[in-house]
Design a protein around this ligand. Structure first.
Ligand code: SAH
Length: 538
């Protein structure tokens, strides 16, 4: 596929001003000002570098905030611009969409003391629509984070602000809309960036919910916004760490209820659930919109609410073997994650054989695996075992109730070029395996515990609340002193805090002194339900 269609280069139309040693651009939401990983240059300066031989940076803007960012294009411009920023002589104006703004006056000033520092923001109401309001902010002190905090304290968090409990929106609705500065040659400049369409639309109608699926153009814009956040994964990763499997759009968290889009080496896999799954028109519009980004083929997976009540034929129609748009993918298809090859099948039911949300966890496991004995419980196609082996594990044991999943695990090992001599595959109930290993006094240095939130356990359904604590305690009982555990679940109702406590309690119950830390969710799953913790010896 032509990657530049779904993950475009920086659009020169976003240059707002270019003269007099200055370059000012309108940054899209989702583009970081600084690369989180120096090896993955997905930041704004790297992306606009092709526009100017020299770029001097004077400002940052949070990844989720859109709007004006100024650069110098000549070194001689730096001194005067730096001085104006330092002395706060640059006037920056922001626009924010909020709910709950009750102040009647058109203008007001918010004053707070935040972490011992004065925070002052002048607020002007631009427009009101019921509960919603568009505010213009003039930050007298501090950075954009201050405005998010102050507005929350005033009872009006910014829409889409997940950290502060803002109303539902496809992104953080904060935009750097105007900048006043004196150019190096002494001209007074007032530069502006138009209000992003998703902000005007949110003000007009609020959260679109499933209405986002009523109109192809709107849907394409929402998908484009989501894809922008993943630009660096595909376009900025060095080849040795190439990742060609990740989530492109994540449901509710990105204003797309009932819709997940995954990227698999040039192909798109679209998963429908909830109301969208029952709307043939909505689904067709989604498939068209996704296909318009130029994927080689687009597969349809539909997860109806009551899947267990379906006949085999109905079930098959839920995940057609042929793509809904474009050409079929090879089966199996080879994809890479941080340079590690995996095999997936886009034509074999609802699951593809790979869960991209574990990317960071696999990376962590790989870097801790050297010389360790690794136990991978609920291993599925053994992705954690493959990265452990590549990370130098002395032994891996993959346990899963499904013999066919383990068979695919063996294939994955072969595909990654790993000799199977020190790697075992055990088709067994995980709990029964742990009980046996514990009886035999078998020990491991690294245990991965990733049970399904609803699966089949010995004697019935697996439930997080009633089965996880005992299972986790058993897992700790086979962990050698000095060993670590990665535990994760994909369960909406269990919070990160609750999950961490469950793991801490299980360690204590097993008589292990463990330090349990949260692992933050991956960037391509905003608002996702996966929770993960890492337990190391205290
Ligand atoms: N950790 C895997 C994904 C796990 S999916 C990865 O990152 O790739 C859940 C797996 O649990 C499935 O493969 C399913 O076959 C297995 N499973 C369900 N119930 C089980 C049980 N009681 N014992 C062992 N495996 C079970």
């Amino acid at each position: 596929m032509d990657l530049a269609r779904a993950f475009p280069d920086f659009d020169p139309a976003r240059v707002v001003f270019r003269d007099d040693g200055l370059l000012v651009v309108d940054k899209p939401a989702g583009v970081p000002s600084q690369a989180a990983d120096p090896e993955v240059p997905d930041d704004l300066p790297s992306r606009v570098r092709s526009l100017a031989a020299y770029l001097g940076t004077h400002q940052r803007l949070d990844a989720e905030t859109s709007g004006l960012v100024l650069f110098t294009t000549e070194r001689t411009a730096n001194a005067s611009i730096a001085e104006q920023f330092e002395k706060r002589r640059v006037k920056k104006t922001y626009l924010a969409c909020v709910t709950g703004w009750r102040v009647q006056d058109q203008r007001t000033t918010l004053r707070h003391v935040l972490e011992g520092k004065q925070a002052v923001t002048h607020v002007r109401v631009v427009e009101r629509r019921g509960e919603r309001a568009l505010l213009e902010l003039d930050l007298e002190t501090g950075r954009t984070h201050q405005a998010r905090d102050q507005l929350t304290r005033a009872g009006a968090p910014i829409a889409g602000d997940r950290m502060y409990g803002g109303a539902r929106a496809p992104r953080l609705m904060l935009h750097a809309s105007a900048l006043e500065i004196t150019s190096p040659s002494g001209k007074k400049l007032r530069l502006t960036a138009p209000t992003p369409s998703e902000m005007s639309e949110w003000l007009e109608v609020g959260d679109l919910g499933t209405r986002v699926y009523d109109d192809g153009a709107r849907l394409r814009a929402a998908l484009g916004l989501a894809f922008e956040r993943r630009w660096g994964l595909l376009r900025a990763m060095p080849l040795a760490r190439a990742t060609t499997v990740f989530r492109l759009a994540n449901e509710e968290g990105e204003g797309l209820p009932g819709l997940a889009v995954d990227y698999y080496g040039g192909y798109g896999v679209v998963s429908f659930s909830g109301d969208l799954a029952a709307s043939p028109d909505g689904k067709a519009r989604v498939l068209d919109a996704v296909a318009s980004f130029g994927f080689d083929g687009v597969y349809d997976k539909t997860r109806p609410k009551h899947a267990s009540a379906l006949s085999d034929a109905e079930r098959e129609a839920m995940a057609p073997v042929t793509p809904a748009r474009g050409a079929p993918a090879p089966s199996p298809l080879s994809v890479t994650e941080e340079g590690v090859p995996f095999l997936v099948r886009l034509d074999a039911g609802l699951a593809t054989g790979f869960y991209a949300d574990q990317r960071k966890n696999r990376k962590r496991v790989r870097s801790h695996a050297a010389k360790r004995r690794v136990l991978n419980l609920f291993s599925y196609t053994c992705s954690f075992s493959v990265v452990s082996a590549l990370g130098g594990a002395s032994r891996t044991v993959s346990v899963d109730a499904s013999a066919s999943a383990l068979e695919r695990g063996r294939e994955s090992f072969a595909h990654a070029g790993i000799d199977l001599a020190t790697h075992d595959f055990v088709a067994m109930d995980a709990r029964a395996y742990l009980e046996r290993a514990s009886r035999r006094g078998e020990l491991f240095d690294l245990v991965i515990l990733d049970p399904p939130s609803f699966g089949t356990a010995k004697g019935g359904r697996f439930s997080i609340a009633s089965d996880f604590p005992a299972l986790c305690k058993l897992a700790f009982s086979v962990l050698d002193a000095g060993g670590s555990m990665l535990a994760s679940i994909n369960h909406q109702k269990t919070t990160q805090d609750r999950f961490r406590h469950m793991v801490e309690d299980a360690a204590r119950a097993a008589g292990k002194a463990a330090k349990v830390r949260d692992i933050p969710p991956p960037l391509d799953y905003p608002g996702g339900h996966m929770k993960a913790v890492w337990s190391s010896p205290a």
